[in-house]
Design a protein around this ligand. Structure first.
Ligand SMILES: [Mg+2]
Length: 349
């Protein structure tokens, strides 16, 4: 069995951030990977090796939560890395699995956090809300409406394409008759699709309505993403994402959705159509192995896991043990800020 040793993560003196930005300290212990010879090894990047690597990359696709920001705070060092890549004429795309806000609002957030507004704006952003709206528009449900479980981002993106929807927001269910409402469900006519994403008002009534609309085989079932959780500023608090909501409706309806977010192919097709990227000269950078890394690996891109969000080195090792080559990154780094050369104009040959 071939073992490859990943060198210790850079010391704070080698890079500006002292921690990875999510409250988890860097590990200084050597990390052993390559435990399974059937799986790839993961290479630790530092500013010098990253600088050499970017000669072979034209496009960088960044996840947002846990990479560019954490909650409402900027990830320390990330704007400098983005500026460094912009200086070297790299194409930047941000691909988040978060559909709660529209691309326009995420662009405002990026600018507020200090990212270059000329190069990091609505036109560089992709989120499942935009891909869902695009998917619905292209699906040919013309004249029919969407039953929506989702937040403002989905509404804004569907408004932009003139798609009619209903159902979002709190249900007006008063359970005065015990469970009687369950036998008297009122369904709307002319529904062409059920769209499901994260919604804070998700409840039993919404699950019931969605499942009943989906009894008709020709009603599309489209999901934003299936992330189980999303990262937040307090690593001790579990924050359920859209995944558990989608799972509930899958279970109740007996149907599988067309999921558009990472790691699924609709997001890739959307990006390929819009930017005509060459996957072999594209790097996907994210903080999750089962969405970001898998998305990159499944679609022929280079992959980099940063340890500033959800997944850590032990998750890479676990994926190796389980022979999940599709979830093992090519490269790993503590955070984006750890990859910025001391001289931002520097590139190594
Ligand atoms: Mg993330």
């Amino acid at each position: 069995m071939k073992l490859k040793t990943i060198t210790p993560l850079p010391s704070p003196s080698a890079t500006s951030p002292v921690d990875s930005g999510n409250g988890k300290p860097f590990t200084e212990t050597p990390i052993h990977s390559g435990l399974n010879p059937k799986c790839r090894s993961t290479v630790q990047l530092d500013p010098k090796s990253f600088s050499k690597l970017i000669k072979n990359i034209d496009t960088f696709i960044f996840d947002a939560d846990g990479v560019l920001w954490l909650g409402e705070s900027v990830m320390p060092g990330s704007p400098r890395l983005i500026d460094y890549l912009i200086k070297h004429n790299k194409q930047i795309i941000v691909l988040t699995n978060n559909a709660t806000k529209s691309r326009a609002l995420y662009a405002k957030k990026l600018a507020k956090l200090g990212y270059n507004p000329q190069k990091m704006n609505k036109h560089n952003l992709v989120n499942p809300a935009a891909v869902v709206a695009d998917t619905i528009q292209r699906s040919g449900i013309d004249g029919k409406r969407v039953y929506l479980i989702g937040e403002q981002g989905l509404r804004d993106e569907m408004d932009e394409l003139g798609i009619e929807y209903f159902g979002h927001g709190p249900e007006n269910t008063v359970d005065e008759e015990g469970g009687a409402f369950m036998y008297d469900i009122k369904l709307e006519e002319n529904v062409g699709a059920v769209v499901v994403g994260y919604e804070k008002h998700f409840d039993y009534s919404k699950m019931m309505k969605a499942s009943n609309y989906l009894r008709e085989d020709d009603v599309l079932f489209v999901a934003t993403n299936e992330d189980e959780t999303c990262p937040g500023p307090n690593p001790e608090v579990v924050i359920p994402d859209a995944g558990p909501i989608v799972a509930a409706i899958k279970c109740a309806s007996g149907r599988d959705p067309l999921t558009v977010g990472k790691p699924c192919t609709p997001a890739f097709n959307y990006i390929k159509r819009k930017w005509n990227i060459n996957p072999s000269r594209t790097m996907m950078i994210g903080d999750r192995t089962n969405t970001d890394v898998k998305f990159g690996r499944d679609h022929g891109m280079k992959t980099l896991l940063v340890l500033s969000g959800c997944h850590q080195v032990e998750d890479i090792v676990e994926n190796q043990m389980n022979e999940r080559d599709d979830m093992i990154p090519d490269f790993v780094a503590p955070c984006l800020g750890a990859l910025v050369p001391e001289q931002p104009h520097q590139i190594y040959y």
